[in-house]
Design a protein around this ligand. Sequence first.
Ligand code: F6P
Length: 428
Amino acid sequence: MAIPGLRYAFCSENGKDQHPKRDVTEESSQETPKRIGILTSGGDCPGLNAVIRGATKSALQLGFEVIGFKRGYEGLVDPVRYIKLGRMNTSGILTRGGTILGSTNKGRFSARVGVEDRLDLDPVLLEGVKETFRDLNIAGLICVGGDGSLSVAQQFHEAGLPVVGVPKTIDNDLSATAYTFGFDSAVACATDALDRMHTTAESHDRVMVLEVMGRHAGWIALHSGIAGGADVILIPEIPWTFENVAKKIMDREGEGKNFTLIVVAEGAELPDGGLVTCADGDPKQQVRLGGIGDFVAKEIECRTGRETRVVVLGHLQRGGGPTNFDRVLATQFGAHAVRLIMEHRFGEMITFRPPEITSVPIIDAVSKLCTVEPGSSTVQSARALGICMGDTAGTESPFVYFNHSRGEAGSATDTQTAGKAEKVLGVA
Ligand code: F6P
């Protein structure tokens, strides 16, 4: 809690003690060193601490002082709250989940009300942020966030503030980067759940439905579904029907498999349209998704007469430590964010374009959601294995080639022999 009259709350190194130790006058009257600021904003995810550590260590090597703002962008404005980051308080955090700086996806800096809708920041708030930059002598601020949080960073950039972005989200829905850190850890969590559900589903001859997060993108469902050997994967990008899902279950029974694993993304639309949401929520915030798993389970049980259970994984996907992949990615993002500041590449966001860590304008990353391409090789691989994506029962292989000479579809072997193959994307 801030003391009235003091705009600045300088927290102790462990971030727990929040006794204000200085005010504006004290801060601006002394010679302050060149500083890099960092904050984590939006929903947390595994790897945030790895970015904080990566950025701090590389900034210290370059002679910067590093401060971390508390609770995302909120820490930048009255009452300003930050901690000094050093070797001691960033030691041992590489493997730790959450964020030592705290985060919020609510509050005064909500930049979005829905997919791709920008909500402009209050100019008074922006003035407060500028004042903090001046008072604390911030040479560059690293904003670690998802699409909503990076939209705020973009507005800071447009207002002339020296900011750079680092993409984070378990949803993997940011354009311009192959992966965001946090995604691999969420997939690992969902895959582990599927492995566990597999044995119990098989033992009880049950249908089991796993509902995973991901907002309006099906990345977590698709990747965990493939990694966990799911039979049905339902994602927002591919319209699906209950008939196809029910047929898949019955087809499996015909093959002697009396259990079925279904993964459904929280943002998958119901066949008759519409999202399943779990709360009315604040109209200024993004809609809160959740509940489709239950819906699918009930309908499937009704249509097939097979005992069906549902598991909603929820925030387990965001908790815990990062996978090795996410540790490496997040550490690189932290280090390279400092490089962007050194190079004065403000308004840019770090990206992973395998095998390189590079950067793009933040605006390119936030102007469009990155969703699963229905014709992608990953979806095709799923289909090739007979996984039902809900638009068919999963009986046809996508690897059908069109034979121009005969004007008909044939098997891959036919067309390879003819040497005139054209790959048909999706289900032929
Ligand atoms: O964006 C990350 C995410 O975990 C989504 O997958 C999910 O829909 C949402 O955040 C949940 O938000 P909250 O933590 O506010 O419930």
